[in-house]
Design a binder for this molecule. Sequence first.
Ligand code: C5P
Length: 246
Amino acid sequence: MEPDAASGRRTAEDTLIVALDVPSRDRAIELAQSLQGVCRWVKVGLELYLAAGEAVVRDLTKAGFSVFLDLKFHDIPNTVAGAVRSAGALGASLLTVHASGGPEMLAAAADAAAALPNPPRLLAATVLTSMNAEQLHATGVEADPLDQVKRLAGLAMDSGISGLVCSPQEAATLRGQFGGQTFLVTPGIRPAGAAAGDQKRAATPGAAISAGADMLVVGRPITAAPSPAAAADAILAEIRSALGSQ
Ligand code: C5P
């Protein structure tokens, strides 16, 4: 995240990441072109990466976007360390692993990233924003989402990963717990009146910023809008106003 060079302050454009959850390279590039000059950050997740491969990460980087490669690695430590090394060569700026992979896996990921010549910032995903207490308990986790997020965030921090993915509903708690030591990225963003879809722990862009999020991930409210650029502009305006009152 590059703060505004003149003021040193974070701008709305530094803060918004658009999730390009689309099934083809052509659709991703078309969307990215429609957002050029409006947004700086895009996210490549499993759907797009598996359809278009590493070339799309390079194409988006070449087009001037900073790329969040969100493949959420979750495997044995040796495999995740190798995946971090392979992903590190693609030019992405942000990369995710699952915090629930445990301390050894997280430390292996952190070590692998640290050894890269140009390391991406690692983010540990805590509890998916699509999960509520019922969904979480169904996996055998007795804790409620907030407690589990706090536990996984602590694991990640202790293992050398200070970037965390959480819902906007936990951002204030984690900011209170870790202060400026952590970097918080929040999906589960829904402008007022937008369809929640499968997101269960959601909040508005302004509420996420006020809760202490560093960056927001927004997918369908932008990508499924009649004009993605206009939808992104409206969200940027809301972020700008929330940043202004900080
Ligand atoms: O379309 P929507 O705004 O719900 O997209 C949210 C994006 O953030 C998706 O790409 C999803 O994979 C990602 N994400 C999430 N919850 C997490 C981590 C990532 O929704 N905990």
